[in-house]
Design a protein around this ligand. Structure first.
Ligand SMILES: C[S@@+](CC[C@H](N)C(=O)[O-])C[C@H]1O[C@@H](n2cnc3c(N)ncnc32)[C@H](O)[C@@H]1O
Length: 302
């Protein structure tokens, strides 16, 4: 040990003698730096709470993990597991299945480990490290809108499934709609900057609305099902109490997305404190009827 330490010292002295600064050992770039993902890491702090709250809000609304009639799966993969909330529920619902949660961010350290749940750290922009046709279920929620060239993923995801397996692909159409009138200047300003940023990254914030068509035209599935859930930001827009609750959770969550982008990406992400104030003013305006649509799909591989 002493020998190698003194060799290191000698070599740095040699470098100094040549008049060059010693070179810091180069660190490999972190996975997150190799992706356009604009949000903070999902396994800690405010972002973890945001994702967990959103998961539990959706779970309360759906009252089930998925609408797909899944029977005795032996392998389930969740791509973009975030805080692990969905994977944990899948592992509990199907205790005899092996569940793999995959993400570039590790699962939270405090997550209770289940014997049938494992984690794989990976970047979805690179080839999947799984054997083809080995999963009964592949789930991906709120991830495709962060991946460049999202259309290419339908074939990639289908290739992981066994024939008869289920692809559960879920995303929002990140396009606020106002039932009463055109979108206000606050949301317009938000979209100008934010969408330009997303466009420059090659990702599609409106991909949720295209899921069904993408799945059908791929010709990889014997059936494609979709449910579109309107998430109302103004609780007076619906008398359905469950939808009211879901809408409030989504409103708070989307606000957290904008704050997260502002903190992580800075002004090039298209969101400034002023733009944030404009969005908040309009989303809380009782005269407005803003909503965002969530698209849940479940498709059976041929
Ligand atoms: C908005 S979060 C959704 C998390 C979870 N699916 C949920 O519904 O709560 C998106 C997740 O995708 C992961 N992610 C985004 N781009 C990725 C990439 N290129 N490779 C691996 N993971 C990625 C992020 O780390 C994050 O955990």
């Amino acid at each position: 040990m002493f020998k190698s330490a003194s060799r290191r010292l000698m070599s740095s002295q040699a470098t100094l003698a040549l008049g060059r600064a010693p070179k810091a050992p180069s660190q490999p770039p972190k996975l997150a730096e190799k992706t356009p993902y604009p949000l903070p890491t999902s396994s800690r702090g405010v972002e973890r709470r945001r994702l967990d709250d959103m998961h539990h809000g959706i779970a309360r609304y759906l009252k089930q993990l998925t609408f797909a009639p899944i029977e005795n799966p032996s392998r389930i993969l969740e791509l973009g597991s975030g805080t692990g909330a969905w994977s944990v529920e899948a592992a509990r619902t199907f205790p005899s299945a092996e569940v793999i949660a995959a993400d570039m961010s590790p699962l939270p350290e405090t997550l209770n480990t289940l014997p049938n749940l494992t984690f794989k750290q990976m970047n979805f922009l690179e080839p999947f490290p799984f054997r083809p046709e080995t999963f009964d279920v592949v789930h991906m929620r709120f991830v495709l809108m962060h991946l460049p060239q999202p259309d290419n993923y339908i074939h990639r995801l289908a290739s992981l499934l066994r024939p008869g397996g289920w692809l559960l692909l879920e995303d929002v159409n990140h396009t606020l709609l106002d039932a009463n009138r055109p979108i206000g200047p606050g949301v317009q300003a938000l979209y100008r900057g934010y969408r330009e940023h997303m466009h420059n990254q090659g990702v599609d914030p409106g991909v949720g609305a295209r899921l069904k068509n993408m799945l059908e035209t791929s010709k990889k599935f014997s059936e494609v099902n979709e449910i579109v859930i309107p998430c109302y930001m103004n609780p007076n827009s619906t008398e359905d109490l469950a939808l009211q609750e879901l809408g409030q959770i989504l409103k708070y969550s989307i606000d957290g997305v904008y704050v997260g982008i502002m903190d992580k990406v800075g002004p090039t992400g298209g969101i400034t404190p002023e733009i944030l104030r404009g969005w908040r003013k309009e989303v809380n305006d009782p005269e407005r009827d803003l909503r965002i649509d969530m698209h849940l799909t479940w498709s059976r591989k041929m």
